[in-house]
Design a protein around this ligand. Structure first.
Ligand code: OXD
Ligand code: MN
Length: 618
């Protein structure tokens, strides 16, 4: 039920009644923000509204049709990625301030937000999107319920794919007031001064009040509040206070078809280090008779110590919001299947052909389509009209995305929605690095594993961003999502794992090592990466011994399953050794990095000194 004139509060009650939204706390919250934002209409959303809302968005020109019942949206051209410098964690306690969380006191933050959004949704519909960031019935369900209020229909459509959406998820909360209040107001995008000193965008997480207040974007992590603002940033604060971990981790399973056993791996990778591709991978053909990879999630894991003494995990998301660039049959065949005609996928900021209703992005095929007729770049400009100077500009935005449902990924695990979660056998980290990091090094000591996660980093993507050989550190791949101090975060990791009696094994992986002479990649990557993961599981189970080094245990060549692998034997030798001098240099950078944090636990410094001492002796 919608209104053409701004409804009175009585009418709002009628809308909420008609939608069957009975949770009194939610109703109050909805009415309060409806009053503040000045929206003209109000609508409560369930997942079953997807087809109707899609049609409305197509009719309104917010979405364009893509062959096979899929859709395409183009965002405002200065609104194409998360704005980390505009993202703020606010609480009432200054002790929550960290290096990365842009902490502010919550009082002024809330006041500023109110002034920004008062009347800012005039003329628009306020969509009420009740959601759950967990499989229903999970032990962490209490922390997973939320209600996003948004004035953007495309945001609603993304939320329906990315989260479990519906009134049923919030009507019967054990504690009716215990839900995340997630307010999203788009604002007047062409007049927000993006990137100028007068930038009006503010993305606040009021962590200790479980409230999210975002203004000034309708893109991705800035706007799909269930995913990043709640599912990662706010939930990690909840986890700190309530004994669980929330990380930007993939989650996958390896099934051994011979023995019938399953093992589960979670892992953190800084951006552009292949996390989505790894999470959705298949076993290499040569190992396919023996192993099957099951997909659970490409971006977020919640982890907790179970009563059985193991570490358990689930993916709180319901969909995949993947970077389109370089997604193709070779790099990520299961993603390609999940966005085929009939999938209902939504593409954002890719290149679009207005005549054939096709989409394209860099790396989808080796070369762009030859016939330029109808092709528009992500900004909507015809490719055929480009001047010679513009010829090399990408067709798609580098952060263009596809959005699809986990259930459409062909190797989605039958257990991905199991409320019990799955037990975790291994925790891996992997930043893109051209040297120093071997293919895989396993770490059994928990403090050394946590230390390794805290010193995770990747090479700056462009040489100009940083010094050659110096990493951009991204602890546990949580740098943009840290909600409290890094030292406390490290201690929390130690505390949670301290409760786990069957410890997962840690490992650091690197698929990107290059030959120092000619720069070629030493490892073929993609599906072949599964070989390193199988070795890791065998190492955890004591089936292989490897070679001990100062920085962890590295596989011997015989232990890796190499059947069908196309790699130079010499390359493999380089991948399975440690460059001690480079490592010693790295230890100095690590020390500087850890010194930027306060309250780093002694156990972490001891781990650092142990590794440094072992390197000195190698
Ligand atoms: C991200 C994402 O921004 O997953 O990290 O979308
Ligand atoms: Mn992510």
């Amino acid at each position: 039920m919608t209104f053409t004139e701004r409804p009175t509060m009585t009418d709002v009650d009628a809308v909420l009644d008609a939608a069957g939204l009975t949770n009194e706390s939610v109703r109050e919250y909805v009415k309060y923000w409806f009053g503040v934002t000045g929206a003209e209409r109000i609508e409560v959303v369930n997942a079953s509204d997807e087809a109707r809302l899609t049609q409305e968005a197509l009719d309104a020109g917010e979405l364009l049709p893509v062959q096979g019942g899929r859709t395409f949206s183009r965002s405002y051209l200065k609104d194409t990625a998360r704005a980390e410098e505009r993202t703020i964690v606010a609480t009432s306690d200054e002790a929550d301030k960290g290096v990365y969380n842009n902490w502010q006191p919550s009082g002024p933050a809330k006041e500023n937000y109110l002034s920004l959004v008062t009347g800012a949704s005039a003329g628009k519909t306020m969509y009420v999107v009740p959601y759950l960031m967990a499989p229903q019935g999970s032990p962490l369900e209490k922390f997973a319920a939320g209600v996003e209020l948004t004035d953007a229909r495309t945001v609603v459509l993304h939320m329906i794919k990315m989260a479990r959406v519906g009134v049923n998820y919030i009507n019967e909360l054990a504690e009716p007031d215990h839900f995340v209040r997630a307010v999203h107001v788009t604002g007047d995008l062409p007049n927000l001064g993006q990137g100028t000193p007068d930038d009006k965008r503010y993305f606040y997480t009021i962590a200790d009040e479980r409230t999210i207040m975002h203004f000034g974007s309708s893109y991705g992590g800035n706007a799909l509040l269930g995913k990043i603002a709640h599912g990662l940033r706010l939930a990690s604060y909840d986890g700190w206070k309530n004994g669980f971990l929330v990380e930007q981790f993939l989650l996958l399973g390896i099934k051994d078809k011979q023995t019938g056993t399953k093992h589960h791996i979670v892992g953190g990778f800084p951006s552009a280090s292949g996390k989505t591709n790894l999470s959705m991978t298949l076993a290499p053909d040569a190992l396919g008779d023996r192993y099957e990879i099951e997909f659970f999630g490409d971006d977020i894991a919640w982890l907790w110590p179970g009563e059985d003494g193991r570490l358990w995990a689930f993916n709180p998301e319901f969909g995949v919001f993947g970077v389109a660039k370089d997604t193709n049959e070779h790099s990520n065949p299961t993603a390609i299947d999940a966005i085929e005609p009939g999938s209902g996928a939504i593409f954002t900021n890719v290149a679009y052909n207005e005549k054939t209703q096709d989409v394209w992005w860099e790396g989808k095929t080796k070369n762009p389509p030859e016939d330029l007729d109808g092709w528009l770049d992500w900004k909507g400009n015809p490719i055929a009209d480009r001047s010679p100077e513009e010829a090399d500009e990408p067709w798609a935005h580098p952060n263009s995305r596809f959005t699809t449902s986990i259930s459409l990924v062909p190797n989605a695990s039958p257990d991905y929605s199991d409320p019990a979660g799955v037990p975790v056998d291994a925790i891996i980290f992997g930043g893109r690095t051209r040297d120093r990091e071997p293919l895989i090094r396993a770490i059994t000591d928990v403090a050394e594993g946590v230390y390794d996660g805290l010193t995770l980093g990747a090479e700056a993507t462009f040489a100009a961003d940083g010094l050659e050989g110096v990493l951009r550190y991204d602890p546990m791949s949580m740098r943009p999502f840290m909600s409290y101090g890094e030292g406390d975060y490290a201690q929390h990791w130690l505390d949670v794992l301290g409760k786990v009696t069957e410890k997962p094994i840690f490992a650091h992986v690197n698929w990107f090592q290059r030959d120092p002479e000619d720069g070629h990649f030493l490892w073929p990557g993609y599906r072949e990466n599964v070989r390193a993961l199988v070795w890791l599981i065998e190492a955890k189970n004591g089936e292989v011994k490897g070679n001990a080094t100062a920085v962890g245990v590295i596989p011997t060549k015989d232990e890796l399953l190499l059947e069908g692998l196309e790699a130079e034997p010499g390359d493999l030798d380089k991948l399975l050794t440690i460059d001690v001098d480079r490592w010693k240099q790295e230890m100095g950078y690590r020390e500087e990095h850890l010194n930027t944090f306060t309250n780093v636990p002694d156990a972490i410094w001891e781990a650092h000194r142990r590794v440094a001492g072992a390197l000195e002796q190698s």
